[in-house]
Write a protein that binds this ligand. Sequence first.
Ligand code: ADP
Length: 555
Amino acid sequence: MTDYLSDLEIAKRSKIRPISSIAEEAGIPVGAVEPYGFYKAKIDTTKIKSQPTGKVVLVTAMSPTPAGEGKSTVTVGLSDAFRQLGDNVMVALREPSLGPVFGMKGGATGGGYAQVLPMEEINLHFNGDLHAITTANNALAAFIDNHIYQGNALNIDPRRISWKRVLDMNDRALREVVIGLGGPFKGVPREDGFDITVASEIMAVFCLSRDIHDLKENIAKMTIGYTYDKQPVTVKDLGVEGALALILKDAIKPNLVQTIEGTPALIHGGPFANIAHGCNSIIATNTARRLADVVVTESGFGSDLGAEKFMDIKARRAGLEPAAIVVVATIRALKMHGGVLKEQLKAEDVEAVKRGIVNLEKHLQNLQQFGVEPVVALNAFVTDTAEEVQAVKDWCADRSIKIALTEVWEKGGAGGVELARLVKEVMADKQDFRPLYELELPVEEKIRTVVQKIYGGDNVVFSDSAKKQLKTIIDNGWDHYPVCMAKTQYSFTDDPKKLGRPTGFEITIRELIPKTGAGFIVALTGDIMTMPGLPKQPAALNMDIDADGHAVGLF
Ligand code: ADP
């Protein structure tokens, strides 16, 4: 069998252009480009005057396997394909978190010949945005503890502080900690905990704000806990929104890079879709829409997570509508949903593909509920057989669903031209986009709508603490917010082992957490953790640095 180069090897051998030349081609005024080295730049969006009129193509996926289904790969490859067809296109992606980079899933820069460059830097610290978000989050934690230590004028109840510290790493040992130990001069002891940075409300606010001023206003509205009289305490009460916005003043500018084929890419903001809202920043998407006619963007994991939140949270806030939606499917994921074990995925099994297609079917029906016609991108792997691929094509043909075998991993943009043509057909038709639910519905009804219409479940059960939290949400007038479901990405249910298209299940809402700065209510289901752990064999074990100081083993 042919030996394939790793993502890192392909990236290293690719020719990269100076960022000034990419910016010029993208029509970005010279004065708006702030270079970070030779190949990356931050963009001062206040210096771009055009309106956001570009059409948005959203890339989502079926329920993924643990390795990912190639959503970022297809997003990048599709943008290159549009460029090959002569369109003025940009791609807008999320920033990688070091948690998955060192853990299991890998980076977020695409793969094969459909990657963004410089992948090594983007996957490691990039331009420091995640560090800035971590710092802003933890500065707020420090301000809260200092306020209590200095006399607690706001009467904050240390047992009811909901603001946690964060770290951009999978570190299960920090999920629950006790701080302030060591006597009266070391602080006031209390229970605390760490989340991963991508779950921080600052990350959500960062991705949902229009500009730095809107960011400051939204930060001011964040609730950090409650007083002894159970009244909410906000950042505004502490008076530190200005300082926190200041920490983020450079991070808030989107990052310009390029694909292997030279398509301009904006990479900015990176909440996970299983524990947060899963979309890149509104600032980046709308900046791309001001510069390009077509913007290809992705939302995390399957249609049940990232895409639902894209429609119900991001699109509403950004005032945008997807003009087309691509659903990435793979033969290996279809086989897994058809009951094949991970170790046996390489062997041909047409019947398993046919059994597993129920999972893809549900994702397609989900997207149709938003009024936009989905197109299937069957991301080709070398292990796929012709019969397996034909089975998926036949299934789609029987239902008049557009499908393209997508070979961007192997061939770059050329492998996505058929997909791009189908997407353009959909874009040429008027779509009837609508969010899934109205914001006026009661919170329980919003959650029930997502569970029944998107997950295919029968009912929702609220734990006792979720019921109490619901009362607090209603009492404080926060019930008009959309919901941000936190659920496993592997299953439509809250149990990651239930693959395919399960029916007759209930979803338990363990906790309801109001995020009054981001403007949504997080509903935690099942065992989902806002601080993941590392696997037994973390990807970190394969990594090293070569004699020239470059990365080795970074996927
Ligand atoms: P997702 O966005 O769905 O998480 P990615 O695009 O990040 O997935 O891809 C995950 C990994 O899978 C990457 O290392 C990428 O190189 C690899 N990959 C993606 N598509 C293919 C393919 N068609 N063949 C082989 N490997 C692929």
